[in-house]
Design a protein around this ligand. Structure first.
Ligand code: HEC
Length: 609
């Protein structure tokens, strides 16, 4: 898998911000599960081509004034402005009256609901409209009757793990639901958690989980998690972040079905804590909503195959600003394990997800591969496969971070995660599987990026460098002239104390890249893979793609200044440099886990123009 684009970190090269590795802290952050996500349809939802407007639907004027008007202006206004442009047939930025005028089914609001629900508007290629905004516009325009189909664009190579329409006769069940929960008229993005103690009196096997829908007009996603450490107290509370060690057991979004074990099941013990997280959105401004949605859990005696859940994926990573980054977690299989299904999980920056089995003999088999990631569509996929001791499962996530801040592993919606939550048998001893693997053939996956010079080499030499534990050397500055350069080494400059938290022998940085310089200008095009062995066999394996070109303006200190991109970014970042003969070292702030450390890129002169 090879994606590339720009990457640059905005941290002062002069002031490293590394603190000693607080293992407990970053494992806690790493293990924490995040925010809401949800499951999708058992069958692909048919694309709607006809208005589904309800005869008495009159979208809320209050909501129009409060949010809809502004959303339409900023996301549709370029084409549907006062004077329609770029082929748009009409204006949509006028008054509330102009949108609701006419016969129900043919009004502008009905056409907006239809075209946005089936995702044929706005046209592709433009600025994407955030899912939250799509949800609000469609729900407002349809009075809560329609929901955008976020599975459009999602490409998966495995079937959804479907369940029979109804539960087997004779199964006992219990319900975990909201408590007549009041959803305010102006509520657009509310995450509420309801925590329960499992109402069983002896060990049972969960056989099937399905959603209970009460107030469909305000219901967005319903997620069921297990909270093994009982981090959340019983009862309800607002929750954007989730407890550490949460396990995702079920997720629902409009169109999704149930999850059921073909035989056997997953153990539920008396008193275990389960959380139902519900995402509410009252885009239609429905009044006096009291909701009792939730999940129904069917259970039977402890009999047949026992399944458990394991989360496979990288536990530590950071996505630099303006970058495309891939992080990979390696799970070494210790005992013969059968995988039944898995739920790939990332947050909103996700671009692609891939899981590969590397068999003991080196053969690679794709387990599941997703592109066109949609945060709202996170069902379980059927992954029926047997893993043998000596096999390795590689779980890779690719994210695009378009912001000026690094995005780290974490629990909030604005953080990121990368896991496949898999139902496996026998149940795993450890709920997470992540091992450090140093693959001798590892490469950095370089392809020239968008800012590379016209004379870019397609495969510049591979460099392998150990970490530096002496801090960063001073920037000495100097004149780099007009030249072309090839990456000779890339490393992180860490304080000596960091040695106690990572293995200096195995931790390696692999890179391929090149640079171009002229007076006051620098272009770097490189791909850097960081392989760090942390304590307890945890590892970091991330690939950052840096392709950036721009002006360098010297600051007050020798060899320091700011690099302002006109390709590959919009935000200026601090930079340091040292020229020694035919060697140029560039120092950039490199985000790593929750920290920013100096990253040193050393280039060898290969030609001058
Ligand atoms: C890049 C330009 C562009 C943007 C941005 C855009 N549209 Fe359009 N829209 C068009 C064009 C072109 C058409 C006519 C072709 C078509 O129907 O696909 C159209 C048609 C429509 C129609 C059908 C009109 C009819 O008479 O049936 C609706 C409804 C619509 N757009 C809604 C929206 C909404 C809502 C947004 C913002 C969320 C939006 N559009 C953003 C270009 C745009």
């Amino acid at each position: 898998m090879s994606t590339y684009s720009t990457s640059a970190s905005a941290a002062s090269p002069g002031r490293p911000r590394l603190t000693p590795w607080p293992r407990a802290r970053f494992v806690a952050a790493a293990l924490a599960c995040c925010t809401v996500m949800s499951g999708c349809g058992t069958e692909a939802a048919p694309v709607k081509t006809q208005s589904t407007a309800e005869p008495d639907c009159m979208p809320s004027r209050t909501m129009f004034d409060a949010v809809v008007k502004a959303h339409v202006a900023s996301h549709c206004g370029t084409c549907h402005g006062e004077t329609p442009n770029f082929g748009a047939p009409n204006t949509l930025t006028g008054s509330y009256e102009s949108l609701v005028a006419g016969a129900v089914g043919t009004r502008f609001v009905d056409r907006i609901a239809l075209r946005m629900a089936n995702k044929t508007m706005p046209p592709t290629g433009g600025e994407p409209v955030p899912h939250q905004v799509q949800d609000t516009l469609v729900e407002w325009a349809s009075c809560g009757a329609a929901h955008p189909d976020h599975s459009v664009g999602l490409v998966v190579d495995q079937p959804v793990f479907t369940a029979p329409k109804t539960a087997d006769a004779g199964l006992a069940h219990f319900d975990l639901t909201a408590d007549n929960f009041a959803v305010a008229e102006d509520e657009l993005d509310l995450y509420e958690c309801f925590t329960f103690s499992a109402p069983v009196t002896e060990d049972r096997f969960v056989r099937r989980i399905e959603v209970l829908i009460d107030q469909s007009k305000v219901l967005h996603h319903v997620v069921l998690l297990k909270d093994p450490k009982k981090d959340f107290a019983l009862g309800r509370k607002k929750c954007k972040g989730m407890p550490s060690d949460s396990q995702y057991l079920y997720a629902w979004a409009p169109g999704a079905g149930a999850v059921a074990f073909p035989e056997g099941g997953m153990r539920v013990k008396p008193g275990e804590h389960y959380i139902v997280q519900i995402h509410y959105n009252n885009g239609a401004a429905v009044k006096n909503v009291k909701d009792n949605s939730g999940v129904r859990i069917f259970h039977g005696p402890v009999a047949g195959t026992e399944y458990g859940m394991v989360a496979a994926g990288p536990l530590v990573f950071s996505i630099p600003p303006h970058s495309t980054t891939t992080a990979t977690g390696h799970c070494l299989v210790k005992e013969t394990t059968t995988v039944l299904a898995g739920m790939p999980h990332m947050h909103e920056n996700g671009v692609a997800f891939e899981q590969v089995i590397v068999r003991k003999d080196g053969t690679r088999e794709t387990l599941v591969s997703l592109t066109g990631w949609s945060f709202e569509m996170q069902p379980f996929y059927r992954l029926t496969t047997v893993l043998n001791p000596g096999d390795r499962v590689e779980t890779s996530c690719t994210w695009r971070n378009d912001t000026a801040d690094a995005v780290n592993m974490g629990t909030g919606t604005s953080d990121e995660m990368c896991f496949d939550f898999m139902f496996v048998t026998p149940p795993p001893k450890n709920p997470y599987c992540n091992d450090f693997v140093l693959d001798a053939s590892a490469d950095a996956g370089y392809l020239p990026g968008k800012c590379a010079g016209a004379d870019a080499a397609v495969a510049p030499a591979l460099s392998k460098t150990k970490l530096l534990f002496t801090g960063a050397p001073d920037n000495t500055g100097g004149d780099w002239g007009t030249a072309r350069w090839q990456l000779k080494s890339a490393t992180l400059a860490l304080p000596a104390i960091a040695k106690t938290y990572m293995n200096p022998e195995t931790s390696t940085i692999i890179g391929r890249g090149q640079a171009w310089t002229e007076k006051g200008r620098l272009t770097i095009d490189a791909s850097v893979r960081i392989l760090l062995e942390l304590q307890q066999n945890n590892g970091v394996d991330t690939v950052d793609k840096l392709s950036m070109s721009g002006k360098v303006i010297a600051g007050d200190k020798v060899g320091e200044g700011t690099w302002t991109p006109d390709c590959g970014g919009t935000v200026a970042q601090p930079i340091g440099w040292s020229v020694h003969g035919d060697e140029l070292t560039i120092r950039l702030g490199k985000s790593f886990a929750q920290f920013v450390v100096p990253g040193l890129y050393t280039f060898q002169r290969v030609g001058s123009n």
